[in-house]
Design a protein around this ligand. Structure first.
Ligand SMILES: *[C@@H]1O[C@H](CO)[C@@H](O)[C@H](O)[C@H]1NC(C)=O
Ligand SMILES: CC(=O)N[C@H]1CO[C@H](CO)[C@@H](O)[C@@H]1O
Ligand SMILES: [Zn+2]
Length: 300
């Protein structure tokens, strides 16, 4: 498995190392997660979907990480991933970077999530720790989540420096896995750091679109794009194949300790970019509140 990833990544990156290692203690910098690792009953949840955001928003679509943890049969799960903030709590539309340990019978929730929104003062990025203002675990519209017991254990470490191909880090890994496993869907989650370079990141505007958004072009005109600088701590969820559940194939949100964060598209400095990541394949996939009517817009 390491060999397949290594060889595949070498087609897209100049310098690649893949190994199975003991997960580093993720309570340390730069992660500062509330748990030590990403191991123990790893699973993926795809909640809601882009059809609840566009063509027109369905604001009644709100969810809770604590409820999701129970739905995926892992109360107290440590959850990482990419989603939308709850506009009913935040008062605006925003990116959510979930980093949370859901509540369990023994312990209340520890919510270390971030939100990234457009700063009304200057149109830039406003990245905030969710728990600085709010004490719930709500989110809205959609989320792609990797959940585990948050334990230490063996993980796949990937180092990839200098991008030589055109695929971003996550797409590249997803395509390698798809090629290898074919029809069998394999989902992976975890965390990676863009240690050097810059990345193309979007943040949704504070207001939902009043006009229906029907194409990727309209979507890209609506989103705000930024070039953000390393170090960026990114939480990817990727699935090699959709077995017909209308899944989002990949979704990655990042935070930082310098006020930047949002939805990852690509690095914008291929020559000097450095990625370091820790990943684990999920054992189970859950599809929660799948939209009845769907489309292919806005899945990048
Ligand atoms: C990533 O950047 C390269 C240029 O370095 C570009 O060709 C490619 O389309 C980009 N990919 C994505 C997914 O944005
Ligand atoms: C309900 C809830 O999740 N509350 C917790 C969010 O996380 C902070 C710490 O990060 C706790 O202090 C809250 O109790
Ligand atoms: Zn996103």
């Amino acid at each position: 498995r390491e060999q397949i990833l290594r060889n595949g990544l070498k087609e897209n990156f100049a310098d690649v190392q893949v190994s199975v290692v003991e997960c580093p203690d993720l309570t340390h910098d730069p992660f500062n997660f509330p748990v030590k690792g990403i191991c123990g009953k790893p699973r993926i949840a795809d909640v809601g979907g882009v059809p609840y955001l566009v063509p027109l928003v369905q604001k009644d679509k709100v969810y809770d990480l604590n409820t999701v943890a129970k739905q995926i049969e892992l109360p107290g799960a440590f959850i990482l991933g990419a989603g939308a903030g709850s506009s009913r709590i935040l008062g605006v539309n925003a990116e959510l970077i979930p980093v949370a340990q859901a509540e369990s019978e023994q312990k209340p929730a520890v919510n270390a999530s971030y939100t990234a929104q457009i700063n009304p003062a200057d149109g830039g990025c406003l990245l905030e720790k969710y728990s600085n203002k709010y004490s719930d675990c709500e989110f809205g519209l959609l989320a792609n989540l990797y959940a585990s017991q948050g334990q230490p254990g063996k993980v796949i470490e990937v180092k990839a420096n200098g991008r030589t191909g055109r695929h971003n880090f996550v797409t590249c890994m997803r395509q390698i896995i798809e090629k290898c496993y074919g029809d069998k869907p394999v989902g992976i989650g975890g965390t990676f750091v863009i240690q050097k370079g810059k990345a193309k990141i979007h943040i949704m505007p504070p207001e939902f679109s009043a006009c229906p958004i029907n194409t990727d072009e309209e979507m890209n005109n609506w989103l705000h794009f930024f070039e953000m600088k390393a170090p960026l701590i990114c939480q990817p969820v990727l699935i090699s194949r959709d077995p017909g559940f209308d899944l989002r194939m990949e979704h990655t949100h990042c935070f930082s300790h310098h006020g930047e964060g949002g939805h990852y598209h690509n690095d914008s400095t291929p020559d000097c970019v450095q990625y370091l990541g820790y990943f684990l394949p999920a054992e189970v996939l859950f599809r929660i509140d799948r939209p009845k009517e769907s489309h292919r817009v806005g899945r990048d």
